[in-house]
Write a protein that binds this ligand. Structure first.
Ligand SMILES: [Fe+2]
Length: 317
């Protein structure tokens, strides 16, 4: 059932925002921070029912401007309340993927979010929606990276600073974009220099504020000194998919030694490249290998960072 306590999800939308959506960063107010779906009680219930393949709990290099390493952990047999308490005090970052597959109300919310975007942006038609709840410790940072789908970040609790960089060289090189598109590099493999920050848009996000940025903009996040609960939503549209197909086709042609490749999505360029993308995907040649990951800590509220090192073990998901 729709959470009627929140009314319209976007609370200060104006008609001119439609012409900015997807083209420029858009910081708006929303009402999700008032939703009971993100109360402590709701988060604890989610954490206690999460299938192992739906979550990552990580810790990363502390103090670094752009964290160099990230470690994967496990909740062990802690209760949801203990996990939440550990995130408040420790150095932990939980990515809770697809809560909509566990609780129907989250699925409804995801549909409502995109129904509202589509109602407000003429011609917008989105699909392949994805939701991830982020529950993260004070002062943690997320490494410089970009994402392939359209992205929106919704702040529910706590404060964070978001740096958004232009989606072109030197911030995002063609080579970086194409290698990630064909699964030959990871989103966080992009080269980053501190001077990039001089060219970033910098946003402070507080509860009830969201940020949507143009496709493929690299970004970096710094939590303030407080627990953060946020939501990311991802989507595709036909134009985004066309850009993806051209980038994919170009990446494959570049592997064959071709250069000077057109990047526009007009039919003469799109159709042959979409055909290359489809053919490659059919062979499974460039499929992202589902890599097992190594778990080397468990969450332990009795320790300072709430991290207990363990003998690493491999988790296949
Ligand atoms: Fe991201």
């Amino acid at each position: 059932m729709r959470d009627n306590s929140i009314g319209n999800i976007l609370s200060n939308w104006e008609s001119h925002h439609a012409s900015l959506f997807g083209e420029h960063s858009l910081k708006l107010r929303h009402s999700l921070d008032k939703s009971r779906l993100f109360s402590d009680k709701a988060l604890i219930a989610l954490l206690e029912n999460v299938p192992r393949e739906h979550y990552h709990v990580t810790t990363m290099e502390k103090g670094a401007h752009n964290p160099g390493y990230k470690r994967e952990g496990d909740f062990g047999d802690l209760s949801g309340e203990e996990i939440l308490e550990a995130v408040k005090r420790g150095s932990l970052w939980i990515n809770f993927q697809n809560p909509d597959k566990i609780g129907g109300e989250y699925g409804e919310l995801l549909r409502d979010i995109y129904a509202e975007f589509e109602a407000r942006v003429p011609g917008l038609k989105t699909y392949k929606h994805k939701m991830t709840i982020l529950i993260s410790s004070p002062n943690l940072k997320v490494k410089y990276h970009f994402d392939l789908p359209g992205q929106t970040l919704w702040q529910i609790r706590g404060k964070k600073r978001v740096y958004v960089y232009p989606p072109k060289a030197p911030f995002l090189t063609r080579n970086g974009l194409e290698k990630v598109t064909i699964n030959e590099a990871h989103e966080t493999d992009l080269q980053y220099h501190e001077w990039f920050d001089d060219h970033a848009e910098v946003y402070e996000l507080e509860p009830g504020q969201m940020l949507h940025w143009p496709l493929n903009c690299p970004h970096r996040i710094e939590n303030h000194d407080c627990l953060n609960v946020s939501l990311t939503t991802e989507h595709w549209t036909k134009p985004l998919r066309n850009i993806y197909a051209v980038n994919y086709g170009n990446a494959m042609l570049r592997k064959l030694g071709l250069n000077r490749l057109a990047e526009h999505t007009g039919p003469a360029n799109l159709y042959p490249k979409a055909a290359i993308t489809a053919a490659t995907k059919l062979t499974g040649m460039q499929e992202r290998q589902k890599k097992p990951f190594m778990i080397d800590f468990v969450v332990d509220p009795s320790l300072p960072d709430c991290i207990r090192n363990i003998e690493p073990f491999q988790l296949d998901t």
